[in-house]
Every structure is written in structure tokens, then in C-alpha cells.
Design a protein around this ligand. Sequence first.
Ligand code: OFO
Length: 169
Amino acid sequence: MMNEKLQKAFCVQINKELYSAYLYLSMQNYFKEVNLDGFANWMAVQVQEELSHAMGMYNYVFERGGSVELMAIDKPEGTYNSALEVFEKVLEHEEYVTSLINDLAFIAEEVRDRAAMSLLDWYIKEQVEEEANVANVLGNLRLAQNDPRALLLLDRELATRTFVAPVIG
Ligand code: OFO
């Protein structure tokens, strides 16, 4: 059985992962509206990633004999002015999520739950990957700034991203 404080912290993180999916869905909306279908595809894959992160924790809590409290998901801001602005916000958000995962790992450490710590190691590594992927797109966008042809080339590249369900844990 999982410690109560840790279970609660997992529930909060599940909510944050679902919010991440919702946030990226709002960004997908923006890219669809401005006809950048490759960027929209990147966001669609990201939505799937976030749902899988949430479900990984959700299933884990049940596996440990606990239960999940579902909380309201915040409304994302939803107004964007450029691809660059969107990806700056994505990086900021992923850095925030990294800090949340680290805090969750500290709680697991505090209550000496080795099994949860081992699961959270996967999430910690995943965040390194998440931040690196986003930083890469952001770097390309900074280079492409004010050049529509470069933006369209990047859009074509991002259209090739596909979702591969992660093996969590
Ligand atoms: Fe779940 O990694 Fe992004 O937020």
C-alpha cells in the first residue's frame, strides 16, 4: 500500500499530466487554425505522450492498491501569436513539469518508497528527453525566424513525428 501523502502527490501529478495534454491540444488548435499541419501533428503526438504519462501513474497507483482522486483540469490560456511563442511556452511548461516530477520523487524518497522512486526514475529520464526535443524545435524556430520558407520546411519535418506508446517503468 502506498503512503497517503505520496498517493495524493501522484493524484496531483496525474492532473498536471492531463493538463499538459489539454495545453498541447490548445496549441494544436492554434497550428490547425494557421494551417501549419506539421506543427499540429507534433502537438497531437505530444497530447498522446502526456495522456500516456498520466495513465502510467494512474495505473501505477491502482497497482499499488491505492485509488485515484480525479480533479478539475484547468483551462489552458489558448491564445498564441506565433510558432516561436508557442514553443517558448512549451519549454517553459516542460521545465515546470520537470520540477514537479523532482518534487514528487523527493516525497517518494522522504517516505522511503523505493518502488515509487524506481518508477519516478523513468519519468525523470523522460523529462530530460522532453526538454531536449522541445529545445531542438525551439532552436530551429529561432533560426527560421522571419523566413516563411524555413518555417514551412520545419513544418514538413514535424509532420513526420509519430506516437510510439512508451513502456513506462
Ligand atoms: Fe508529461 O511530460 Fe510533458 O508535460
